[in-house]
Design a protein around this ligand. Structure first.
Ligand code: FES
Length: 342
């Protein structure tokens, strides 16, 4: 039985390959041209050390000088002694350039549609089925997208998860004079070809081992749609997932039905929508997203928090967590600016 494996590196690059039944992870990597640094191949030197971010695995021999009990509890692994038992992702704390054969792919995809999903937001749907194989990325990662007819590239988080049809989605904020926005408003036609470079980024869903708190600012929602699509499809999440979705104006809100639909497939899924500059017609929550965090839950439960949005929002949440004395959490975040508006 084959399992799909992702290796992510400190420089944000990710590479994917398959392992054969009971194959050592190092052998599978080498067979696929991913030359992880190694020395002893016997679980002693620790050179091939990484960390399993998601998935199941077993370890053959691990010398205590190479990994301590604490390291093992943190899911650190030695690639030369690891056998994966499910699809899995691993992180290595060195740049991909140390391993030949890694890196991002460039691909061309055909425009299926650009749909307005709020007054300020579009979903760009692409068809990359001309690719010979499934195009892989980790839910939450992003692509650089070349704006057709220009030499400009913009970065957008995938708004869906990898699939056999190679359908790709991106949630895109429409800016008054943005290069991509102008293309989408004025020239985008089904059948246009778009060049992409992907997958990129270290913001992706790790193994779900405790409650998840997701905080989306504006089109930062895109990364979470990808993660939630993935959790919905796998139906194996046994921890509650709380999504906080903050926007500046109510007119920015989008994909409400899709977000509601996650309640059917992810047990314990909740969503809070918060509008910062609300008009009297808005009857929901207002202010800053973190004003509505369930503080007693955060104080009494260990959790993993993922934040994707504008830099001030991310910084404000980091500060809030420290000031409130919240202790037991892991924080993953991605910031984006307007020119690369995701
Ligand atoms: S190469 Fe030495 S521990 Fe893996």
């Amino acid at each position: 039985m084959k399992h799909k494996v992702a290796f992510s590196f400190a420089d944000g690059k990710t590479v994917f390959f398959d392992t054969s039944a009971d194959e050592l992870l190092l052998d599978a990597a080498l067979r696929n041209g991913v030359n992880i640094p190694l020395d002893c191949r016997e679980g002693v030197c620790g050179t091939c050390q990484g960390r399993c971010e998601s998935g199941e695995y077993t370890l053959d021999y691990v010398d205590e000088e190479a990994l301590s009990q604490e390291d093992l509890a943190q899911r650190k692994i030695l690639a030369c002694q690891t056998r994966v038992k499910s699809d899995a992702s691993f992180y290595f704390d060195f740049d991909s350039t140390l391993c030949d054969g890694t890196g991002t792919s460039t691909l061309a995809a055909r425009v299926v549609a650009a749909e307005l999903v709020s007054t300020t937001t579009a979903i760009l749907r692409l068809d990359a089925s001309a690719q010979p194989r499934q195009f892989d990325f980790l839910p939450g990662q992003y692509a650089r997208v070349k704006v057709p007819g220009t030499d400009e590239w913009r970065s957008y988080s995938f708004a869906n998860h990898p699939n056999a049809r190679n359908e790709l989605q991106f949630l895109i904020r429409l800016l008054p004079n943005g290069v991509m926005s102008t293309y989408l408003r004025e020239r985008c036609t089904p059948g246009d070809m778009i060049e992409l470079e992907a997958p990129l980024g270290a913001f992706y869903l790790r193994q779900v081992e405790r409650p998840l708190v997701m905080v989306a600012g504006g089109t930062g929602l895109s990364a979470f749609l990808g993660m939630l699509d993935d959790l919905s499809a796998k139906r194996n999440c046994v921890h509650p997932v709380h999504l906080y979705y903050g926007v500046t104006h109510a007119a920015d809100l989008c994909e409400s039905e899709r977000i509601e639909s996650y309640k059917s497939n992810i047990e314990g899924f909740t969503v809070e929508t918060v509008v910062t500059n609300a008009t009297p017609e808005w009857s929901g929550k207002t202010g800053l997203t973190m004003d509505h965090f369930d503080r007693s839950f955060l104080e009494s439960n260990g959790f993993d928090m993922y934040v994707c949005g504008p830099p001030p929002m991310v910084e404000a949440i980091k500060t809030w967590l420290i000031e409130q004395g919240i202790q037991d959490y892991r924080l993953y975040y991605e910031k984006f600016g307007e020119s690369n508006a995701k």
